[in-house]
Design a protein around this ligand. Structure first.
Ligand code: SAH
Length: 242
């Protein structure tokens, strides 16, 4: 029988926000591999498991570790926050997996930050939306700028992942300035920090105000479409029912 690796999306943080399938897979595994922060979130419930991690930015090494452990015959789960197939490790695992044809990979879906953050804000994604990461670690900024322009042109609700980091403090402001060339400053927006974790913070504001806000890397940002509005403090996007 082929050895297997499960690539598990663990949702935004709290165990209640993991799927029953994800919990079941982790219970069945011998080794859980992940970025330190996510292993900390799991360490109480899964303390009897072998927990292995590599630091941030060592994604390839983390994936290789999974294959090495699976080759020893262990049942391996690689955990990612949210959904492993959305800015997670799933695709890199398939790329590296070409070198390990005897190991089978399975992706277990999780609740991505766009979905869990939307639930906190109200219903901002109730019509067409697109998701853009502001991280230019793996994508040139020119392409990010092109996608922001295209999203604004298409009147999508826009969800921004990776809106900031220590080295990219002004990226949200830069993104807002690009959007403000074609979207009015009064456009409604919202953002949620630490979704499903301690210290959840939710804010709504106008696009012209969003450019002044400081957010951290654990924040997901929502920019409304022309069909979005604030109702009783909640950010919603109408579907157009009469
Ligand atoms: N695979 C993850 C995304 C990883 S990219 C998912 O599907 O959710 C990292 C970005 O995701 C962060 O910069 C932030 O924008 C968003 N994010 C992930 N978890 C979050 C959380 N608990 N609260 C707020 N934003 C989160």
């Amino acid at each position: 029988m082929k050895n297997s690796i499960y690539i598990v999306g663990m949702g935004p943080g709290r165990e209640e926000m993991m799927t029953a399938e994800a919990i079941h897979i982790l219970e069945q595994s011998d080794v859980i591999v992940g970025y330190t922060l996510y292993l900390d979130l799991l360490s109480v419930r899964f303390k009897e498991k072998e927990l292995l991690s590599t630091p941030m930015r060592q994604e390839k090494e983390r994936c290789r570790l999974c294959f090495q452990e699976a080759e020893k015959g262990k049942r391996v789960a690689l955990v990612c926050s949210g959904d492993a197939g959305i800015y997670g490790m799933a695709s890199l695992m398939y790329e590296l997996g070409k070198e390990y044809p005897e190991i089978e990979l399975f992706v277990i879906a999780g609740i991505t930050a766009a979905s869990s953050g939307a639930a906190v804000l109200g219903a901002p994604l109730n019509h067409d939306f697109c998701v853009i990461s502001l991280s230019d670690l793996l994508t040139p900024w020119e392409r990010i700028e092109k996608r922001l322009n295209a999203a604004a042109e298409g009147d999508f609700v826009i969800v921004l992942y990776n809106p900031s980091s220590r080295k990219r403090k002004d990226y949200l402001m830069r993104a807002c300035d690009i959007l403000l060339r074609s979207i009015e400053g009064e456009r409604v927006c919202g953002y949620v920090e630490n979704i499903g974790r301690k210290g959840t913070k939710v804010e709504t504001c106008k696009l012209k105000e969003l450019r002044e806000r400081e957010v951290n890397m654990f924040t997901t940002v929502f920019i409304g479409s022309s069909g979005s509005e604030i109702i009783n403090g909640k950010l919603i996007t109408k579907r157009g029912y009469q």
